[in-house]
Design a protein around this ligand. Structure first.
Ligand code: A3P
Length: 304
């Protein structure tokens, strides 16, 4: 098998007040000038909040019937491109190729285009608001996010070196993470919901608790009415174990990650933080959380 050259880990830097990496900010002007179409659907999450799960659900809802060959031959990260990303493609034999989200998006001829992003709300290109696009934001509780993000950064070479768990935990509390503090991300998107009616704000925990119910809410928001049979088929395909085995959605085709270290679809559980946090860390986390999360209308569940 051809050897894949691995670029050095990126460094975080302050970008308009938010810690970011070059892979998300290169070609910033192109990103900011991105021309959204009125039927584009933006799928926004903080990293590790379940964007892959959400993307696959949306793909199946929109294209599950019509383009099944596409779904079984093209990896999800090429079908639902990340708006802000510019990274080496890292496919064997193509070390010099660059994967640029906006290039992929411009070449999508089917509609609606499904667009993934981890950007904080203030960085979303203005055309999405001008075109009144539908936006889905999925949030996940902070305790499971920090665990998932830690394991992801261990295995994903396009993110900074995470260091050990204890220092990572402290860094998360301080908000020094790629895409900024979780607290700001979920809260600012929540605030946006008050003024932008085409924003559907949902929670990973709710999706895990009752996937069918959350899909029904999504369909209502999207104006879709799948048949009972289609709905059942989708529910079968988006189970964690099914997705984990599906090479078109589990990121195994992307060589910028080392699956010997961890898996992209790692555990898919609510409450895995309990296997990582010490009692002292949990207390410290809760104290910081109380100080930072003041809005009583935004509530998260850390267990089901
Ligand atoms: P864990 O690391 O806790 O397992 P993102 O796609 O935004 O990077 O989020 C990845 C997280 O979503 C991972 O969490 C992954 O396992 C979880 N996930 C992906 N598909 C899922 C599914 N079908 N059911 C439950 N969790 C899922």
């Amino acid at each position: 098998m051809a050897k894949v050259a691995r670029p050095p880990r990126p460094q975080m830097f302050d970008f308009h007040g938010v810690p970011m990496i070059d892979y998300y900010t290169q070609h910033w002007e192109t990103i900011q000038n991105f021309q959204a179409r009125p039927d584009d659907i933006l799928l926004a999450t903080y990293p590790k909040a379940g964007n892959t799960w959400l993307s696959y659900i949306l793909e199946l809802l929109h294209f599950g019937q019509s383009s099944s060959e596409h779904l079984t031959s093209v990896p999800l990260y090429l079908r639902v491109p990340v708006l802000e990303v510019t990274i080496p493609s890292m496919e064997p034999g193509s070390e010099t190729r660059i994967y640029r989200g906006t290039d992929f998006l411009e070449n999508i001829s089917t509609s609606p285009r499904l667009i993934k992003t981890h950007l904080p709300v203030q960085f979303i290109p203005k055309s999405f608001w001008e075109q009144n696009c539908r936006i889905i934001y999925m949030a996940r509780n902070a305790k499971d996010i920090v665990v998932s993000y830690f394991h992801f950064e261990r295995m994903a070479f396009v993110h900074p070196e995470p260091g050990d768990w204890n220092s990572y935990f402290q860094r998360f509390l301080e908000g020094k993470m790629v895409c900024g503090p979780w607290y700001d991300h979920v809260s600012n998107w929540w605030k946006k919901k008050q003024s932008y009616s085409k924003l559907h704000y949902m929670f990973y925990e709710d999706l895990a608790e009752d996937t069918g119910r959350e899909i029904d809410k999504l369909c209502c928001f999207l104006g879709l009415s799948p048949s009972a049979e289609e709905r059942e088929t989708i529910l079968g395909k988006i189970q964690f174990d099914k997705m984990k085995m599906n090479d078109m959605v589990n990121f195994s085709k992307y060589k910028g990650m080392d699956f010997k270290i961890s898996h992209f679809l790692r555990k898919g559980k609510v409450g895995d933080w309990k296997n990582h946090f010490t009692v002292a860390q949990n207390e410290e986390f809760d104290e910081v959380y109380r100080k930072k999360m003041k809005d009583p209308t935004l509530q998260f569940r850390t267990e089901l």
